[in-house]
Design a protein around this ligand. Structure first.
Ligand SMILES: *[C@@H]1O[C@H](CO)[C@@H](O)[C@H](O)[C@H]1NC(C)=O
Ligand SMILES: *[C@@H]1O[C@H](CO)[C@@H](O)[C@H](O)[C@H]1NC(C)=O
Ligand SMILES: *[C@@H]1O[C@H](CO)[C@@H](O)[C@H](O)[C@H]1NC(C)=O
Ligand SMILES: *[C@@H]1O[C@H](CO)[C@@H](O)[C@H](O)[C@H]1NC(C)=O
Ligand SMILES: *[C@@H]1O[C@H](CO)[C@@H](O)[C@H](O)[C@H]1NC(C)=O
Ligand SMILES: *[C@@H]1O[C@H](CO)[C@@H](O)[C@H](O)[C@H]1NC(C)=O
Ligand SMILES: *[C@@H]1O[C@H](CO)[C@@H](O)[C@H](O)[C@H]1NC(C)=O
Ligand SMILES: *[C@@H]1O[C@H](CO)[C@@H](O)[C@H](O)[C@H]1NC(C)=O
Ligand SMILES: *[C@@H]1O[C@H](CO)[C@@H](O)[C@H](O)[C@H]1NC(C)=O
Ligand SMILES: *[C@@H]1O[C@H](CO)[C@@H](O)[C@H](O)[C@H]1NC(C)=O
Length: 420
């Protein structure tokens, strides 16, 4: 057997660039389900029906740029992206669905005259400027509002006391600013509240949705990531018992991760990197039995990685880098057989790495344990059985010794950094 001997924590490493996925939009599948569900309830327009005059006029005064082919028929219910429903003698526009149409300019206030709208999707366009102030008070029947992936600015229009049917609000990837206030009536019906990637600031709005009074909340997706929210994660979060995705990464949150988070039995994704959160991660974390993604990187967490973490059997991504974690790599982690990304770099972890058995982690694709204090004589032999590995980074530890030629068996490997 040919063994390459490299002394003193210098494995003659190569340096490539590691590209890390920040997060997964597991939200999209839910949107699709919602869309299907509501799409089903819409009655098809009968060919003879004509749309109400007020809706016809409002649609035309939206004056979309570039113009849509909306003049071919006098019945606006047959226009591209428009669906109607019979209301007494009229056919009223209930659905305006125009994603991915390269539309630009301001969303005209005439949209507030489409008072029967229940579903509005203008996502993936280039709309800019503010939304009409009275959007929510005028469109009180709205159930789905998706304006994601535009360049909309200014504050969120105030929710009205009449906003009592809204289920999906997706404003992600815009330039909205100011703070967010959600009245209890609106918070009670929302299942998706996504404001990811905007410039919102002020106190985080978590407690509008999740508090001791909100037993009946149906919120499943709460994504506040990439804004400038401040404040702590309130213990009341535990009341949002249906949450599947909770994201508030890359804000300015401080304080501890309250134990009430562990009451969220349906949680699949906990995404909180890039804040100023501190304290220990309690062993209660194993109550989150459905958790797939746990991202807490770039905070001020300390103490050990909970030794029972292996009970999170569905865990796929564990990212805890750039914190102050101490202690060993928990042996129980070998029970997380679906683990794909394990990134723990820049902590103060210790222990003999060659004692850790990677054999049970066949799906591991990215392993970064660099910048810790791990010891060990050589690369753990068991690592060579992780055939999916694309990147290994162990640089800046107390590792010494040998790399087995077996490493060539890792055919997907394109990044290996073991050097000092
Ligand atoms: C809006 O349309 C886009 C593009 O088809 C789709 O991906 C998204 O799920 C829709 N939004 C909702 C809330 O259904
Ligand atoms: C809404 O419709 C009314 C009546 O047709 C009209 O007077 C008003 O200007 C419209 N509002 C907007 C913002 O277009
Ligand atoms: C929000 O954005 C608008 C338009 O870009 C700007 O006029 C306003 O000053 C901003 N407000 C805050 C609080 O940043
Ligand atoms: C809400 O419940 C938590 C946990 O049960 C408790 O600590 C807190 O004091 C309660 N807050 C209010 C405002 O009742
Ligand atoms: C985060 O909030 C603190 C006060 O809570 C403030 O001093 C600090 O400037 C904020 N940081 C950023 C990047 O906004
Ligand atoms: C880690 O802990 C040390 C000592 O307790 C402290 O000085 C340091 O600022 C902490 N680092 C982080 C990133 O919190
Ligand atoms: C691992 O992932 C597969 C497919 O992605 C899934 O069928 C299986 O249930 C997962 N195992 C666990 C323990 O969650
Ligand atoms: C893995 O899980 C099994 C069954 O729950 C348990 O008996 C075993 O001790 C666990 N392995 C480790 C290393 O914790
Ligand atoms: C590793 O251990 C040494 C000696 O105990 C200590 O000086 C150093 O700060 C530690 N490094 C890390 C990254 O924890
Ligand atoms: C690692 O785990 C595998 C599967 O559980 C087992 O067959 C193997 O003997 C273990 N290797 C070591 C060095 O403990």
């Amino acid at each position: 057997m040919h063994v390459l001997k490299i002394g003193n924590n210098n494995f003659n490493g190569m340096a490539f660039i590691i590209k890390m996925k920040h997060n997964k939009a597991s939200a999209s599948s839910n949107y699709n389900k919602l869309f299907l569900f509501f799409g089903f309830l819409l009655l098809p327009c009968s060919a003879s029906a004509a749309c109400a005059q007020v809706d016809h006029a409002s649609l035309l005064s939206l004056a979309f740029k570039p113009p849509l082919n909306w003049f071919s028929s006098t019945d606006c219910c047959s226009w591209e992206g428009v669906s109607c429903q019979q209301d007494d003698d009229d056919h009223r526009v209930v659905r305006l669905w125009l994603p991915w149409r390269r539309l630009s300019g301001v969303i005209s206030p005439s949209i507030t005259n489409l008072t029967h709208l229940t579903h509005l999707n203008l996502s993936h366009n280039s709309f800019s400027g503010p939304l009409p102030n009275d959007l929510f008070s005028s469109l009180s029947r709205l159930q789905v509002l998706d304006l994601s992936y535009n360049s909309l600015t200014s504050h969120l229009p105030v929710f009205s006391s009449k906003t009592t049917r809204l289920e999906t609000l997706d404003l992600s990837r815009n330039l909205f600013n100011g703070s967010i206030v959600v009245p209890a009536a609106a918070a009670a019906t929302l299942t998706t509240f996504n404001v990811r990637k905007n410039n919102f600031a002020g106190s985080n709005p978590i407690s509008f949705f999740c508090n001791n009074g909100s037993d009946h909340t149906s919120l499943t997706i709460l994504d506040l990531s990439f804004n400038k929210f401040t404040g702590e994660i309130p213990p009341g979060l535990g009341a949002c018992s249906k949450l599947q995705v909770f994201g508030a990464g890359f804000n300015n949150l401080s304080g501890y991760l309250p134990d009430e988070v562990f009451d969220l039995a349906d949680l699949e994704e906990l995404y909180l990197p890039g804040n100023r959160l501190s304290g220990h991660i309690g062993k209660g974390i194993v109550l989150l039995t459905k958790l797939k993604i746990l991202e807490l990187s770039s905070n001020k967490f300390s103490g050990p990685i909970p030794s029972n973490v292996g009970k999170l059997s569905r865990l796929e991504n564990l990212l805890l880098s750039s914190n102050n974690f101490t202690g060993h790599l928990p042996p129980s982690l070998t029970n997380c057989t679906n683990l794909s990304t394990l990134i723990l770099r820049f902590n103060h972890l210790t222990g003999d790495l060659s004692a850790f058995n990677f054999t049970t982690l066949p799906r591991l694709t990215m392993l970064d344990l660099g910048n810790n204090n791990f010891t060990g004589g050589e690369l753990p032999q068991s690592l060579y059985s992780c055939k999916s590995l694309k990147a290994i980074r162990l640089a800046n530890n107390q590792l010494t010794g040998q790399i087995s030629p077996e490493i060539v068996a890792l055919k997907s490997l394109s990044f290996l950094s073991l050097s000092l």
